[in-house]
Structures are given as C-alpha cells and as structure tokens.
Design a protein around this ligand. Sequence first.
Ligand SMILES: Cc1cc2nc3c(=O)[nH]c(=O)nc-3n(C[C@H](O)[C@H](O)[C@H](O)COP(=O)(O)OP(=O)(O)OC[C@H]3O[C@@H](n4cnc5c(N)ncnc54)[C@H](O)[C@@H]3O)c2cc1C
Length: 405
Amino acid sequence: MATSRNKKILISGASIAGPVLAYWLHRYGFQVTVVEKAGAVRSGGYAIDIRGTAIDVVKRMGVLSRIAAAHIDSRRVTFVDGDGALIGSIRPEALTGGKEGRDLELPRGELTTVLYDAVRDDVEFRFGDSITTLNEHGGGVDVRFQSGLQRPFDLVIGADGLHSNTRRLAFGPEAQYHRYLGYCFAGFTISNTIGLSHEAFISNTPGKAAVLFAAGDSDRLHAFLTFARPQPPFSEFADIEAQRRLTASVFAGARWEVPRMLAALQEATDVFFDVVSQIRMPRWSKGRVALVGDAAYAPSFLSGQGTSTAMVGAYVLAGELATHSDPGAAFASYERVMRPFVEVNQSLASGGAASLIPATSRALWIRNQALRVAPWLTRTGLPGRKGRKASTALTLPLYGVQARG
Ligand SMILES: Cc1cc2nc3c(=O)[nH]c(=O)nc-3n(C[C@H](O)[C@H](O)[C@H](O)COP(=O)(O)OP(=O)(O)OC[C@H]3O[C@@H](n4cnc5c(N)ncnc54)[C@H](O)[C@@H]3O)c2cc1C
C-alpha cells in the first residue's frame, strides 16, 4: 500500500510508539529505519497499562498472547497516611478507571521487548545514535546523525518521548509545548523487605506521595517519591546529585517507609527523575516531519493513558500514511482521527492528581473520605476518574490489512 514517492521513513525512538509505528508501516510496504539513542531496547522499568482501544492494536499485531503472559495482575492499592496508618484499600481499576479482567499491566521494558521482537527482523534499527539535523526540501528530508552518517528519507517521524529531539529540531524548543502539571517525581528500585506482592502502597501528606509498588512477587519494589512544586526544577535536570538533594529536602522528616526510600535513593543506580507534564501542540506535523506518542501529546502518568494513546496514535498514523499518497493529507487525517481521543485522555490527568497526590490538607481529607467508602469505589472509581470511557473513546479504523490474531 505504500506509495513509491514516500516509501523511506525514519522513526526516532524505539520504545512504545516507535516499534508499533514501524510494525504497521512495514506491513503496509514502507521501508523503515528506526534510530534509538540508547544502545539497546530498554528493559525493566515501571509498570504500565494497556487498555481499551490499545488492546485492539496489540490484538491486530498478533502479540496479545505474549503481552497477556507478562500481565502483572496487581490486586490492590492501599493508601496510608504519613505515619503508615491505614486509610483504605481499593482495586487498581478503581484508581485507573480501567476494567477488571480486561486491562493489561506489565513492566514497560517487557512491552518494549515484545513490540521490538514483532518487527526487529523486518526493519533497520540503529541503536546508539540520534538525529542531529533535519534538512527538508521539496522531495524529502536529508538527515544527519550523531554518528556522522547522512541519509535521505522521504518522511521523518519523532517517537522520541516527552523531551523529543525530533520535536525540538523541527518545531522548536520544548517550553512552548510543555504544560507543567505542578509535580515532579523520582523513581528508582528498592529491595522488597516488607513482603509486598501484586500491590502498591501509597503514603500521602498534602502535596506529596511516597509510593511502593510490587510488580508481581518481585524481590525489588518500584519506589516513587512524587511532590508538588510550583515551578519546574529545570536547573536540576542535568544533575543527578541535585535531583537527589531536592527530593531528600522535600521529604526530610517524613515517616513510614520514606527514610528507607531516601537512603535507597542515595545509592540507586536506576534513578529516573522528571517533571509531570503534558505536551500540547497546535499541529503534530510540519512538512515531512510528524510526531507520535508522548512526543506529540504526552498525557502524563497521572492520566494512566500514555502508553495506550501512544500505541493507538502509531497505528492510526501508519494507516493514514498507507491510505494517502500525499503525506500532508495523511498527517491531517491522523490529527482528525486522533485529536478527540488525545484530548479526552489528557483530560484525565487532573483526576489522577486529585486521587494520587491531593495538593492540600482539605483535598487530602476529601480523597480519604472517599477511600473510607471503598466498597462503593471498587465499582465506580475514585471521584474524577473516567478512564474507562476515555480508553475506548475511539473505534480503531481498519486500514485494509488483515489482523494477525
Ligand atoms: C513513572 C511513570 C509511570 C507511568 N505509568 C504509566 C501507566 O501506568 N500507564 C500508561 O499508559 N502510561 C504510563 N506512563 C507513560 C508512558 O510511559 C508513556 O506515555 C509511554 O512510554 C510513551 O511512549 P513513547 O514511545 O511515545 O515514548 P517513550 O516511552 O518516552 O520513548 C521514547 C524513546 O525515544 C528514545 N529517544 C529519546 N531521545 C532520543 C533521541 N535523541 N534519538 C533517538 N531516540 C531517542 C528514548 O530512549 C525512548 O526509547 C508512565 C510514565 C512514567 C514516567
């Protein structure tokens, strides 16, 4: 189905959106190259959810059974106060707005590996490299890479995440598209000395959440220290020691498991520090360059929909490129199909903040009152959570290639 004029496509980023896009473009007959700055597909990482329309994407790719086999099956989220006293426990679906028995939850690295395996033999992957310049002209885009390589492509797609390099090169600095949601977080792993299994514990004080999450029965826990901060701490970005100091100062004096978490943060080699932000852009394409996934419309982890939105976006973008000979028309159609879905998913973040990190004492009291009527919550979700509707707000178009299974 690929048109001969726009056959050679470069994708930047090999996490979620990149491999899904590569997979579908290959099936439609395009010649695909994927460039990834990491030296290999990144394994490990926190747990992510796939739900609603995104499940249809992996089903059509024929990888649903592999993904289902990696399902973590979290059974409970327990909220405690700053001293560790129990507030209430709920099913994860009450928090995420998902559907019990239908959502899939797996470590991000395992999903990335499954998606990479689905396409690794069919397209070219260039690990350990990155785009340095994009020079667009009437007939295509000349790309120069950090490695020194130069190659012409017909189209370039940025699937390189929240802090997208492709977006910076083609659309300008991140600041104009970045909507800071008022929180930062440090994520890292810590030993599971408290016997958590298939569950998460969240300890809240106003504007702060200390989270311990057990992906299955693992002897390691995912730890997150999340905190409200009016201005994004951009000065800390390049400096891991500054990130450790900032997080430690915000949580100084906190109780429950926090002292052990802060000690682990000082030693951890897998610290991941970032702002909680969304990307909002008036257009997701410019000439022969387009964006997909977090690069174009990150909804933030507070929405719980970043992965699903990225997968659906990649599927739709590939389908639109396959069914339009003019890339401008394809990109416009991709936006028409995806924008309402993206908007409804991005709108979930405020409910996520109210549930996970109530910012004030009053907001925390209201959230805790809701948790105390937990049996009701297991059916309807915490106030403000509408994930189920958002995750299915798009019926996946069919672009003329038979589903695999
Ligand atoms: C702590 C946390 C928890 C989350 N929990 C959930 C959840 O429960 N549910 C959910 O749906 N989503 C969740 N998300 C969001 C989810 O991880 C993202 O929305 C999703 O990974 C987006 O996929 P992506 O492929 O667009 O971008 P990313 O996964 O960010 O991938 C971008 C890729 O581009 C590569 N890259 C970056 N720069 C360059 C460059 N210059 N050149 C080449 N490659 C480059 C990166 O190495 C990476 O491989 C969470 C996010 C975080 C941070």
